[in-house]
Design a protein around this ligand. Structure first.
Ligand code: NAP
Length: 237
């Protein structure tokens, strides 16, 4: 850990997609900034690696292996968090899947369903389940990871782009609904980052030319901090 003041000291943060990529980097940085981090993803090995890294930093984490498409278990996690902690200070809805790049008429219905479930519906279910916990925090913060594809209507990016466009609208609606409360709700657009998801979309790209997940975590920290005054915004990393 650095000698500089910790900006998330004592905060309790849940990060989805924490097994790798951007979510893993956000979880590490949050822990380094003094937060206790609840790590959510399906891959237990990835969560355990994050836990080891966070302990090595002197931080602490709780592992919460979960398929975000299992909505009943997602609700149970909310109830467990309520019983164990009684509040949540920061929700980072970051997990995402690309699906496949293909013309709309060629997208397999199962793939369409997975992309909408993970990128959109799971984030609504997280809001539904965790909003009461966020409101019990003195400075609740909800942050969701979006993508410019949702605003650009790129051909062949059908399910992914549609899911991100809907996510942005849903999150801005949530921000409007909490506008008169201490809760702040925002989005981060990380831009192009060297992760597995990015490699699926751009397999021939030179990853060395891209920013790494660690390079895009600062806006997440700023939006998670108790002194953040922003609400309903999209921050570009
Ligand atoms: P990534 O490395 O592929 O990570 C995706 C994460 O989502 C993994 O931790 C994965 O964990 C989790 N996830 C996927 N399906 C899940 C499910 N059903 N249940 C639980 N967790 C699930 O990709 P990334 O680039 O870091 O993506 C993170 C976010 O950034 C996404 O929302 C993406 O749209 C956004 N984004 C990325 C870029 C970029 O250039 N990389 C650009 C703009 C926006 P498990 O597989 O272990 O479950």
């Amino acid at each position: 850990m650095t000698g500089s003041p910790q900006r998330l000291q004592g905060r309790l943060a849940l990060v989805t997609g924490a097994s790798r990529g951007i979510g893993a980097a956000v979880a590490r940085r949050f822990a380094a900034e003094g937060a206790h981090v609840i790590l959510v993803a399906r891959t237990v090995g990835g969560l355990e690696e994050r836990d080891d890294e966070i302990r090595a930093l002197g931080g602490s984490a709780t592992l919460a292996p979960l398929d975000l498409r299992d909505f009943d278990k997602l609700d149970q996690m909310g109830a467990s968090l309520y019983q164990r902690f009684g509040r949540l200070d920061v929700l980072v809805g970051n997990a995402g899947v690309l699906g496949a790049l293909s013309p709309l008429g060629h997208v397999a219905p199962t793939l369409w369903g997975e992309v909408i479930d993970v990128n959109l519906t799971a984030n609504w279910r997280l809001i539904r389940s965790l909003d009461p916990l966020l409101r019990r925090s003195e400075a609740g913060r909800a942050i969701f990871t979006t993508c410019a594809a949702g605003r650009e209507a790129l051909p062949y990016w059908g399910a992914y782009a549609a899911s991100k466009a809907a996510l942005e609208t849903m999150v801005r609606i949530y921000a409007g609904e909490v506008a008169r409360t201490p809760l702040k709700v925002n989005l981060v657009d990380p831009g192009a980052v060297a992760t597995r998801l990015r490699a699926q979309g751009f397999p021939a790209e030179d990853r060395a030319l891209l920013r790494q997940p660690e390079d895009v975590v600062e806006p997440f920290v700023a939006l998670a901090a108790a002194d953040c005054a922003r609400n309903g915004e999209i921050l570009r990393a």
